[in-house]
Every structure is written in structure tokens, then in C-alpha cells.
Ligand binder design. Structure first.
Ligand code: ADP
Length: 465
């Protein structure tokens, strides 16, 4: 400011000096006024320079001025730079924030006061089938037309989430969305959505499972308590008594089998996958399973002369049959479940073929082919569900729990193998397990003599598939 005053005085003094020389006292006075006016004019020019620069709103190219106007333009330039930096920082933060919401597994929709979509992330767009460009500023009620959502919106009570079917949901492929509105700001709303299809299916399965277990246990329990009551109240003869006791033993055996299968399932679900370093000879697994199947066949056919024709088939050069890596008990359980099912669902006297063969790329396949009633195609995808039965009475009569194939499926998955089911109604079924190469090895030393067939009088054939 002092500098500015000094320059002003210098201009006036220069005017006075020039005026006094040219016109005496009056000249000095006029020089004084002209000096002041000249300074003022120059100052106005500098101010106009700064103003023009400000109007052009540029941070670069600020006028190179000294004095007050130089300082003003310098400070304004710094302020503008600061503001620009802050805007850039704010925009970067907003971009990061939006990227975080985009990455969220939850659908997010921002709605204005009128319920129009201002912004939504890709998850929400996919869940509600929104078009990210076209549907911006569309009223949400026009796009989500589910009556339950319309009622929820109108009621204005958003304390709880609601579950609605997603667009494209069908009976065979249901999609469920959980939706909740959160009011914020001045009348705006945040809509959060989650795909709860798997969750609701798991919950339904849990309910069904409990209902099924209760039903399976209640039936033999009712029979048992009926017999207990009869034995307590009626004076029965020895024959009748022992017949009733045998029936009671049968029912308690049924419950025991059920509980044992349930425990097996929960053990399979809760334990880590079996190690790949424990090798079990396939011959011993086959032998054990075949013997059990023969015992079962004799039991089911009540010792009739014609049992099932259980026929193991493998390539003749597969001496020793190789080895499988995994949990021996689980492998035995899977093999014997398939074999027992073939016996249980195939009429006495029919042929059941048991194959063990190498496939391409080092894989191997165990398969059981029966000539039973077969299974209609619509049942095939559901066979491994717990308690799913096609032939309910045959299952119960032969001691089935409805859990066998569910157990097999778990075991197969835990061993990285694949369960394949092929069936033709009226002709029979083939259940097979394909083991991956890392769980099969054929390096087992060949026995000196051809190994005798593990079952009585089986015919060993060359494999032809
Ligand atoms: P279950 O204890 O009832 O046999 P599973 O889980 O082992 O239960 O089998 C499920 C259903 O699949 C059975 O109830 C039966 O209806 C059908 N099933 C299984 N194996 C065969 C087969 N080899 N032939 C015909 N139906 C079969």
C-alpha cells in the first residue's frame, strides 16, 4: 500500500514539476491533476487486465503485474488452483466410492424424492433387470411391478426387508430377492437388494429334512409302541409273542439303519476331503461289496433257489485291479450302496453286472448295471436328494432309508469323482462312478496266479463297452 501511495505521489510530483516549468503556478496545479489522473488511468488499465483474466476464469496465464493488482491476481490464482485441486480430489473420492459400491455383492439403488432411479450398481441392474442407461430417472414402481413391493413402498414402514420373486423367476428356476428401503436426506431413499435364492432353498431343504427325519422315525416308533402295548395288555401265546418280537426287532433295526445313515451323512459333510496318499486295493473293495450284496440277495429272496446273478466284469489284464486313493470305508460304502440298490430293485434271478475298467487319461470307472424296472427320466435329477424315493414301498420293504444315493453323491464328490446315472424304464439302470486319474493307480504288483473271482461262480469277461 505504501508503494502504491509513493507511486501516486511520484506521478503527482512529476506532473507538478512538468506543469510548473511549462506554466508557472497554474501549470503546477494542472500538472498535479494530470499526474493524479494519469496514475488513476494506468491503475484502471491494470485492474481491467486482472478483471479480464478473471472473466476468462483461467488459472494459467495470470497477468504479470506488480504491486496491489499483481498480489490480487496472484492470490486469486492460488485460490483457484486450490479449489481445482479440491474438486479433483472430491471427484476421485466419489469415483472410488462408486467403485466400492459397484464391487459390493449387494444391489444398491439411489432414488430421488419422487422414487426415480438416480443411480444403481451393476448387481442391482442384474437383479432387477434394469438398463443402466435407459432406466435412469425412471420411477422404480414402474420397473419393479411386484405387488408385494408396491404395498411395501406405499406402507412407508421400511423397518424390515421383504422377499420378492426376481424378474424371470419360474417354478422350476425360482429367484428370490430380499429388498429393503432406507430413507435418507430430504425424502430420498436407498434401496438395498440381495439374492436370497440359495438361502431360501437351503432353509426349505432344512425344513423338509427335519420333517422327513421326523416322519421316518415316527413310523417305526408308532409300530413299536403298538406292539409294546399289545404285549403288555394281551395274554399272547408263545408263537404270537415271538412273531411280534421279531417284528419289533425289524422296526428297531429300521430306526438304527436310519440313524446310522444320518450320522454317516453328517460325518461326510463335516469332515475334510480324504487324503490322496492312502491306497486301497480295488480287489478287496469289490470282494467285500460283492459278498455283502450276495448276503442281501439271499435275504431278500428269502433263500429262494434263484438269487441274483451278480457278475463282475473287468479287463483280463487288469490283474490285481489296481488301487484307489481315498478313505477305504467311504469307498466301500459308495460301491456297496450302488450294488445293494441293484440287488434290492431287481427281481430275483436277474442279471447284475459289475464293471471295473480303465478309461482315457488315466481315469477309471466302477459301474453297476441291473436289469430291474429302470427309472423314468423325470426322477433322475432328484435321485441323490435325501429321502427321495421313486419306489417308496420297495425301498421300505428292502430296508431302504432313502439316504443311500445322497451318501454316494457326497463320497463321490469328496473323492473328486463323478456319479453317472443312466436308466431306461422297463430295461434297467446303470449307476457308475468315474474316478479321476490322481486317485487311480494300476502299478499294484500282479499276483502270481490269476486271482480267483471274489464271488461264488462269477463269470469274468473281457470288457466290451
Ligand atoms: P433307498 O434307500 O430308498 O434305496 P437311495 O437313495 O439308495 O434310497 O435310492 C433312491 C431311490 O432311487 C430309491 O428309493 C429307488 O426308488 C431309486 N433307485 C435307486 N437305485 C435303483 C435301481 N438300481 N433301480 C431302480 N431304482 C433305483
Amino acid at each position: 500500500m505504501l508503494f502504491r501511495l509513493c507511486v501516486f505521489l511520484v506521478f503527482q510530483l512529476a506532473g507538478v514539476a512538468a506543469g510548473a516549468q511549462l506554466g508557472g503556478r497554474w501549470g503546477a496545479l494542472i500538472g498535479l491533476a494530470l499526474g493524479g489522473g494519469l496514475w488513476f488511468g494506468l491503475d484502471l488499465l491494470r485492474a481491467a487486465h486482472v478483471l479480464r483474466w478473471l472473466r476468462e476464469n483461467g488459472t494459467a496465464g495470470a497477468p504479470a503485474l506488480r504491486g496491489l493488482w499483481g498480489e490480487v491476481s496472484d492470490r486469486v490464482r492460488r485460490l483457484l488452483r486450490q479449489r481445482e485441486q479440491q474438486t479433483q480430489d472430491g471427484e476421485a473420492r466419489l469415483r472410488e466410492f462408486l467403485a466400492a459400491i459397484q464391487a459390493s455383492p449387494i444391489g444398491v439403488v439411489l432414488l430421488d424424492k419422487a422414487g426415480r432411479i438416480e443411480w444403481c450398481n451393476q448387481i442391482a441392474a442384474a437383479q432387477f433387470d434394469f438398463d443402466l442407461q435407459r432406466d435412469v430417472l425412471q420411477v422404480i414402481g414402474n420397473l419393479v411391478r411386484e405387488p408385494a413391493f408396491a404395498r411395501y413402498w406405499a406402507a412407508g414402514d421400511y423397518a424390515h426387508e421383504i422377499s420378492i420373486p426376481g424378474p424371470g423367476s419360474t417354478v422350476s428356476r425360482p429367484v428370490r430377492l430380499s429388498v429393503q428401503l432406507h430413507p435418507y436426506g430430504a425424502g430420498r431413499k436407498l434401496l438395498l437388494s440381495r439374492d436370497v435364492t440359495a438361502l431360501e432353498q437351503a432353509e426349505a431343504m432344512r425344513r423338509d429334512f427335519i420333517a422327513n427325519v421326523s416322519h421316518e422315525i415316527r413310523t417305526p416308533l408308532t409300530v413299536l409302541s403298538g406292539f409294546v402295548e399289545t404285549l403288555r395288555t394281551l395274554p399272547l401265546g408263545e408263537d404270537e409273542r415271538s412273531r411280534y418280537l421279531a417284528l419289533m426287532a425289524q422296526q428297531s433295526q429300521r430306526m438304527q439303519t436310519l440313524v446310522s445313515d444320518l450320522l454317516t451323512l453328517s460325518r461326510l459333510e463335516g469332515s475334510p476331503p480324504p487324503a490322496t496318499g492312502v491306497w486301497t486295493p480295488m480287489s478287496s473293495l469289490l470282494e467285500r461289496s460283492l459278498q455283502e450284496a450276495q448276503t442281501l440277495s439271499a435275504l431278500i429272496t428269502h433263500g429262494e433257489r434263484v438269487g441274483h446273478d451278480l457278475r463282475p466284469i473287468w479287463e483280463p489284464d487288469l490283474r490285481g485291479l489296481g488301487e484307489i486313493a481315498g478313505a477305504p470305508d467311504e469307498l466301500h460304502s459308495a460301491l456297496s450302496n450302488l450294488l445293494n440298490n441293484a440287488v434290492r430293485y431287481t427281481p430275483a434271478g436277474s442279471l447284475v453286472e459289475i464293471r471295473w475298467q480303465m478309461l482315457s487319461e488315466g481315469r477309471a470307472e466302477f459301474s453297476v448295471k441291473d436289469s430291474g424296472p429302470g427309472i423314468a427320466p423325470e426322477h433322475l435329477p432328484r435321485l441323490t436328494e435325501r429321502f427321495y424315493r421313486v419306489d417308496r414301498s420297495r425301498s421300505r420293504d428292502t430296508g431302504g432309508t432313502g439316504l443311500g444315493l445322497a451318501i454316494v453323491k457326497h463320497i463321490v464328490q469328496r473323492h473328486g469323482a463323478e456319479l453317472r446315472i443312466a436308466s431306461t424304464p422297463g430295461l434297467g439302470s446303470i449307476f457308475s462312478i468315474v474316478f479321476p486319474a490322481n486317485r487311480v493307480r494300476m502299478s499294484h504288483p500282479a499276483p502270481p496266479e490269476p486271482a480267483p473271482s471274489p464271488v461264488a461262480a462269477p463269470s469274468t469277461e473281457s470288457l466290451q463297452k
